[in-house]
Design a protein around this ligand. Structure first.
Ligand SMILES: Nc1ncnc2c1ncn2[C@@H]1O[C@H](COP(=O)(O)OP(=O)(O)OP(=O)(O)O)[C@@H](O)[C@H]1O
Length: 262
């Protein structure tokens, strides 16, 4: 496979008063352009650490990350991050929050072009009707939509999502998953998404990367999700392949990597 994003032998050892704490080790992963990858694993195994290294927020102590032939060693707008808690600026409207990101990447554009682009991205996530509202005037799901619009508006090479729907109720979550699939169908982004939700991982991903328990966590298994797109959650519940993938991930998490402590 032609790797667009490549993690090679990635390891990170966090300093402690005694010996360094090796959180993740031997992480090797080649990701193609347009691929949707989910990272799944028990709490504390190192999923966010992997994402933070790709975001350039953490430096690997061994190995490294290459994106389109260039080493990643600091944050950059070509790798946009969506966090679980929206992280919108509370005193700004949805429009202004997206504008802040757009102005970073469209430095030579006219006012009209910038406005059109902000509105286009808010429309993509179905937030154009509430674009002049501030975060405290919209629901949790709507805030996540704005966060996604803000990330997409930078036209990142890679979209990094750290449990983007983790704080939402099941129905809102399902709506956002469907929106994300529509957007993905249109834009063909390269995505790495952390999730704890097995159904979400199978529904959205091209591949599910399953991490072993830490310390020194690594990739245990990778499931190649060959379900045709577009995918429909209701139809899939009856699909034998869907259920087989689901079973594979559940078996990894609760049998092979079962956690005994609470
Ligand atoms: N900056 C840091 N300094 C020291 N240790 C850290 C740091 N960041 C993460 N760790 C440790 O690395 C391990 C992996 O943490 P990480 O947050 O990546 O796990 P996770 O799989 O994302 O967890 P969760 O699913 O609960 O969010 C944990 O033991 C954590 O305590």
């Amino acid at each position: 496979m032609d790797a667009y994003l490549e993690l090679t032998d990635v390891e990170i050892a966090f300093p402690t008063p005694t010996v360094p704490f090796v959180a993740i080790q031997n992480i090797n992963l080649k990701i193609a352009k347009g691929e949707f990858i989910s990272l799944i694993g028990h709490s504390g195994c190192g999923k966010s650490t992997v994402l933070n290294i790709v975001a350039g927020l953490y430096q690997a102590t061994k190995g490294g990350v290459i994106l389109e032939g260039r080493e990643v060693n600091q944050p950059g707008p070509e790798r946009a991050v969506v966090f679980q808690n929206h992280s919108l600026l509370p005193w700004m409207t949805a429009y202004q929050n997206v504008e802040l990101a757009v102005k970073q990447v469209m430095k030579n554009a006219s006012k009209g072009e910038i406005k059109d682009w902000i509105e286009h991205n808010l429309k993509l996530v179905h937030m154009d009707h509430a674009m002049h509202k501030r975060p405290d005037e919209i629901s949790g799901g709507m805030k996540q939509r704005v966060g996604i619009a803000r990330a997409l508006s930078m036209q990142p090479k890679v979209l990094l999502m750290d449990e983007p729907f983790g704080a939402l109720d099941a129905l809102t979550r399902a709506h956002l998953q469907d929106s994300l699939m529509e957007i993905q169908n249109e834009l063909n982004n390269t995505v790495i998404m952390i999730t704890h939700d097995v159904d979400e991982a199978v529904l959205l991903s091209d591949r599910i990367v399953m991490m072993t328990n830490g310390p020194a966590a690594t990739i245990g298994e990778i499931a190649d999700i060959k379900l045709t797109r577009p995918r429909n959650r209701v139809v899939l519940t009856e699909d034998a392949d869907y259920n087989r993938y689901r079973q594979q991930v559940l078996s990894f998490l609760y049998e092979k990597q079962a956690k005994t402590e609470l």
